[in-house]
Ligand binder design. Structure first.
Ligand SMILES: Nc1ncnc2c1ncn2[C@@H]1O[C@H](COP(=O)(O)OP(=O)(O)OP(=O)(O)O)[C@@H](O)[C@H]1O
Length: 401
């Protein structure tokens, strides 16, 4: 028997009591008491503990709030991606001459149906450029379908890109499935990280690009497909062609127009603008008051090295915002940046070394340290360093070599 039960009250009044706090054996519980009626008469009452305490309700409410914020954020993002063409170009933040030139180039090339190759270091915004190209093209009402060359397992390449016919293999969908090229019908296909595609995939892509048809796995006739081809890479494809790691014929097909996306080091004047843009966006997303960036912090961000470019800057700002105390972000809010993720420390720099070599060496050390700290978990290492996983794999391969 619960010492202070109110079930007798519910029996007497016939009124339910939902979500009330009750002390039971020294602990607070959230309970509900519901009357049981038959033919309009109260014949009993049932009490249930809903939560083990108000803290549990609060935690749940906090969780629901956080999820709601995430949903709002992704809704806005989705709306922005679907949004009109102008909005898309506006998503590329920056006032530097390099960014203004980039936007001009995008606006010029977007309406034409030529293939475009977007080249730039990791994290420079190549995907944003691809989205803007699509949004400013006559194909904007159809889909933009992205395929990541680094993430496609060799065994799945064909069915993923070209789809499969009904009953093509055991376990396959009985109706068959469209591949990415068919999904992009009337729209744009983005072949991201195209430099990472293995030779067999390159050969298959070449056929699609040359002939404008795909053959579903297990299918009989080639199907015509209508897409605008946009490719993106951080690799030097010309060098890869010279080293026979990338097909020359495919290179020609994908790159009638090349758009170069500048790295952050070439447009430092955009750094404060980008930092404030992310502060604003992330403060909204995390429902935090938007702190100010103090001049010393701004100077720090401006002069820091950003091997992971805009993505890395965004991570640094997000970390600062989350751990911020007070209304101003000082350099102390950016401890990792202060440590200089890729800046050569004078003591560590060998005499006469080229700057690029010593930066690469320092970056290697940072990666090795982070790998140790995270026990080899590459996902976490990439997140911690603010670099893409592809870039991490590449650097690890070089470090191991
Ligand atoms: N000019 C910019 N303005 C606003 N946000 C940007 C800009 N450039 C990049 N970003 C943001 O930085 C992050 C990385 O950009 P994105 O994924 O487009 O880079 P990427 O060049 O495709 O990188 P990777 O080669 O590693 O795939 C994204 O969150 C993107 O929104």
């Amino acid at each position: 028997m619960i010492e202070n039960t109110r079930l007798d009250r519910v029996l007497a009044t016939g009124r339910p009591e939902v979500g009330e706090i009750q002390r039971m054996r020294g602990a607070e519980r959230v309970v509900s008491r519901i009357p049981i009626t038959r033919d309009g008469r109260v014949v009993g009452a049932i009490g249930r503990v809903m939560f083990k305490g108000p803290q549990q309700v609060e935690a749940l409410a906090r969780h629901v709030n956080a999820l709601q914020r995430e949903v709002d954020f992704y809704r806005r993002k989705a709306a922005a991606l679907r949004g009109d063409a102008v909005g898309s170009l506006d998503d590329i933040v920056g006032e530097s001459a390099a960014i203004r030139r980039l936007k001009r180039d995008i606006a010029k090339v977007a309406p034409l149906d030529v293939p475009v190759l977007i080249h730039g270091e990791s994290g420079t915004g190549k995907e944003l450029v691809a989205r803007a190209l699509h949004a400013l093209s006559p194909r904007r009402a159809a889909a933009l379908v992205a395929v990541n060359g680094a993430a496609l397992p060799a065994s799945l390449v064909e069915s993923e890109l070209f789809g499969y016919a009904p009953g093509a293999f055991t376990g396959a969908d009985r109706k068959g499935r469209k591949g990415r090229f068919e999904q992009a019908a009337g729209g744009t296909i983005l072949l991201d990280e195209i430099g990472e595609m293995p030779p067999e995939t390159q050969a298959k892509l070449l056929r699609v690009v040359q002939e404008g048809t795909v053959e579903r796995v297990g299918g009989e006739a080639p199907l015509p497909v209508d897409f605008r081809l946009v490719s993106a890479t951080h690799c030097d494809l010309k060098r890869m062609v010279a080293e026979r790691r990338f097909r020359l014929d495919l290179f020609y097909r994908i790159s009638p127009v090349v758009i170069e996306v500048p790295g952050l080091a070439e447009r430092r004047e955009d750094i404060p603008l980008l930092a404030r843009h992310f502060l604003h966006e992330l403060a909204q997303r995390h429902r935090r008051p938007e702190p100010e960036l103090d001049p010393a912090a701004e100077a720090l961000l401006r002069q820091a090295d950003w091997p992971g470019n805009v993505r890395e800057l965004r991570h640094a700002v997000e970390r600062a915002l989350i751990f911020a105390e007070g209304e101003r972000l000082t350099p102390a809010a950016f401890p990792d940046v202060a440590a200089g993720p890729a800046r050569p420390r004078p003591a560590a720099e060998p005499q006469g070394a080229r700057l690029a070599d010593s930066m690469a060496a320092l970056e290697g050390t940072k990666i090795r340290e982070a790998m140790q700290r995270n026990r080899g978990n590459k996902k976490r290492v990439a997140a911690e360093l603010g670099i893409s996983r592809t870039y991490l794999y590449k650097r690890l391969a070089e470090i191991d070599a």
